[in-house]
Design a protein around this ligand. Sequence first.
Ligand code: HEC
Length: 127
Amino acid sequence: MAMDWAMAAGRWLGWVWLGVLAGCGGGKPQAADLQRAESMRPADARLAGKYQRSCLICHGNQASQAPLAGFAPAWKPRLEKGMPLLLAHVRDGLNAMPARGYCNDCSDEEFGRLIAFMAGDGGEGAR
Ligand code: HEC
């Protein structure tokens, strides 16, 4: 009898936990998402070069807490802030995000393209 109750409670807690995992933050990146984040590059070779020595260091690496490149659920709440605010945060920095994201020779236009690239599925997205 007591065992039944404990099992039911355990199952209930399990569902709550699953709900927390699935519900908040739009899901967790899986191995394939991490692999894509590490390997995807902007199609434009010049931009890819800049990306590779700046944004990629953190945005291609889950351990950095940066929204993962190419992982849409991580970017959805960011994009909802609007591109002008995102650009301002790249220029000025935001918490662990350094000002200009280590790319001192990136123009605003390039920052915009890099954001669209990371927030998209690996294509360069809207420009
Ligand atoms: C040293 C690590 C690091 C580098 C390099 C880096 N980022 Fe970030 N970035 C972060 C972290 C961490 C966050 C999350 C900041 C937060 O929300 O607290 C972030 C967040 C962002 C955001 C979301 C800002 C917002 O308002 O939500 C954008 C856009 C962004 N980065 C763009 C870039 C671009 C473009 C580059 C390359 C030019 C870049 N980042 C390089 C660590 C980095």
